[in-house]
Design a protein around this ligand. Sequence first.
Ligand code: HEM
Length: 165
Amino acid sequence: MDYLLWLEATSFSIWMRESGVAFFSTLVFHSVAMGFVVGIHIAMNLRILGCAPGVPLSLMTRFFPVLWVNLVVVSISGAFLLASYPTKAFTNPVFYIKLAAVAAALFITWNLTKGVLRDPVHDTVRAPRRARVLAALSLLLWAGAITSGRLLAYTHNKLLASDPF
Ligand code: HEM
């Protein structure tokens, strides 16, 4: 708990907590960037599952620059939100479920990028079963990441390390 007490006493953490503009603009950046990250994944996974067969699958990687930029924004804004109420997140199991879902979903993206997204034969031929299973799993993981992210505000046991109870 000592490092949480130290972190919460830093001027940056205090500023993030006490400045409504800082906290809520960070939350807006987090929400919008997550919308791009998850939105691109939904389109890509639905294409792998067979939606919009007229769209060449390999073209989905054209969205990746937007994906990587928004992953940086969602991570930085997430770290800022974390720095504002570290105890709230670190003592909440839902936070670890969320980060695990995000990490697993990104691992699947890396796997699909090395495989089905790189091979133009799948622009016109149905994606292999393994890729379709991974795409369906990825959709479930992103739904889990968003749900657990949203529930963070309601499931915490402790708000600040300095709280007496
Ligand atoms: C693409 C990945 C991510 C998704 C989909 C995601 C999703 C969400 C969602 C839906 C919320 C609720 C927003 C709201 O209350 O309006 C949220 C809040 C939050 N996220 Fe993320 N997030 C992601 C990455 C991260 C990362 C990498 C971190 C930490 C390093 C993080 C830390 C937080 C924190 C601390 C909150 C605030 C919870 C609260 O106090 O209300 N997120 N996230």
